[in-house]
Design a protein around this ligand. Sequence first.
Ligand code: 13P
Length: 248
Amino acid sequence: MSKKIYLYGNWKMNNTYSETEKFFTEFPAAYDAVKADDLEVGIFAPFTSLWPLSQGAKKCGIVFGAQNVYYEPKGAFTGEISIPMLKEYDVTHIILGHSERRHIFLESDEVIAKKTKAVLDAGMIPVLCYGELLEEREAGNTFTVMERQLKSALAGLTPAETAKIIYAYEPVWAIGTGKTATPDQAEEVCKWSRELIGQKNAVILYGGSVKGSNAKELLSMPDIDGALVGGASLKPASFLEIYTAYKG
Ligand code: 13P
């Protein structure tokens, strides 16, 4: 039996409510054509698109989720969205610690750790992102940076909790740049992460300019369990092509 592939799409700040409805006029037929036991598809939309996403995703039987959440359940936190709010949309998965949250919105390791714990406590699955900047890689600090990011998010969690998390290694220099990590670079980090996490069966995704043309070599690496896809996930064809290219 071939390994299970996780194909997760992070729409970022793309696809309005009506654009999400339109996406799901095309997606079901495209998905039916590739659907397989060894494939898990997930889509992560902006909060305002969660309703049409939830309706479309439930019909197709795919995973869906949000791209962020606050760790407090309610209160005076203007502009934030809580876990109970997302639960009413039947959200099960939440992306946390994406590099755009870390670097544009200045989310700290400490905040990401609190969010990770809160999402796990709610019985939901964090999709925990981590990765280095170009200058950190060039200075030889890739592993120091990622060790800090991962250790702070996992501190105080039980092994049962760390096993539930889905991990996503996303080198910041490869995101939205068209520059992909080589399969060897991505594999090196994912293998190293598996040891640091201490879970042989941890699910570890690679993200950063994944598309049909580079999917096979990346997803064939032994420690890469799938892809977290930005740009290519916005259209059903370019998104699902990542799986068919891997299989083909
Ligand atoms: P791109 O696939 O657009 O490079 O984005 C990757 C990413 O950040 C997914 O979370």
